[in-house]
Design a protein around this ligand. Structure first.
Ligand code: SD4
Length: 320
């Protein structure tokens, strides 16, 4: 074999080897998609809710379904006075619930001011999947729930009724002072496929005006997800969160290179600067595409749960 032929064969050999290698890699990738470590994060100290979401993710459920499994836990918990059954009523004594969901494809659904339906996060998902709309409110949302097999149940527990009657004796309505009374569940999940889904579910502010809606069911305010970037949820005084389209802002800040923590801080600072020494509580919680999480709050007392690798940890957040 002359030298040129030898080198040509050598080159062809290298070429085909790398193609085989490349094809082999491609095949491997196709047959065995990369499995991500699932993560669930959740506002406040909802240990059980976040754990259930984590377990659902481990079993292979998608991000949104897992987040809803977590939210359902608090919606059914009579002791949680800001979510679902046992939620604090409006000033007329009626409990109304708000919820929003969003998936990795940018689909979303929400329900506003719904009476007598416990699992409003599931209902929001049904709005997303079974109607041509994004939002249903009040009676229409309730009728849609009935048609879809939801059972109606009074949401006012003996305990929340007692507290409301007590409040009525001196009915001071000042949501700005409502620091301690926050328990809204915002939950973000990253599933094994690397997709993000999330939920926000609440009964809103205690003794709110009849018909008042906060940030939680407003897509972009209480919840926002962009699967290429990450997701965010909010809790606290909804009026202030709506004014800056809080969760959307956090996601956009992450898109521009901020970490989840930096993005939450910056969004919160916008509220802080507008309100001199704010007395109300607001917290943002964010999860990026890579599973990093971060949070920021205005007042003492906020923490969040983070589930990863069978560990469900409570992380305290220091006020900015
Ligand atoms: C609202 N953001 O309706 C809700 C309240 C809340 O914990 O988060 N409570 O304004």
């Amino acid at each position: 074999m002359n030298r040129r032929l030898f080198f040509n064969r050598l080159l062809i050999g290298f070429g085909s080897a790398s193609i085989v290698k490349e094809r082999g890699y491609a095949l491997k990738k196709k047959n065995k998609p990369m499995v991500k470590t699932p993560i669930s994060i959740c506002t406040w100290d909802f240990k059980k809710a976040n754990f259930q979401a984590g377990m659902a993710l481990e079993s292979g459920k998608d991000a949104l379904s897992s987040a809803i499994i977590g939210a359902n836990v608090e919606e059914e918990n009579p002791k949680n006075s800001t979510v679902g059954y046992g939620g604090t009523p409006d000033r007329e004594g009626t409990v109304t619930l708000d919820a929003a969901v969003m998936d990795h494809k940018g689909n979303c659904g929400s329900v506003l001011g719904v009476k007598k339906v416990v699992n409003v996060s599931s209902l929001a998902k049904d709005v997303m999947e079974k109607t041509p709309h994004v939002i249903l409110s009040g009676k229409g949302a309730q009728n849609f729930a009935i048609k879809n097999g939801y059972k109606l149940k009074s949401l006012l527990t003996e305990d929340s009724k007692k507290k409301w009657m007590e409040w009525k004796k001196k009915p001071i309505y000042n949501p700005n002072t409502n620091i301690d009374n926050h328990d809204t569940i915002g939950i973000l999940c990253l599933d094994k496929k690397g997709n993000i889904g999330g939920v926000c579910s609440t009964s809103g502010l205690a003794y709110k005006m009849q018909g008042r809606i906060g940030d939680s069911p407003i897509i972009g305010s209480g919840l926002y997800i962009d699967n290429n970037v990450g997701g965010a949820v909010a809790t606290g005084l909804g009026e202030e969160i709506i004014k800056i389209v809080g969760s959307f802002l956090v996601v956009e800040l992450m898109r521009n290179g901020k970490t989840p923590k930096q993005a939450c801080d910056e969004a919160l600072l916008r509220i802080y600067r507008k309100n001199k020494s704010p007395k109300f509580q607001i917290a943002f919680l964010a999860l990026d595409k890579h599973g990093n999480s971060g949070s920021s709050c205005l007042q003492e007392g906020f923490s969040y749960y983070r589930y990863k690798n069978n560990t469900n940890k409570n992380l305290k957040v220091r006020p900015i």
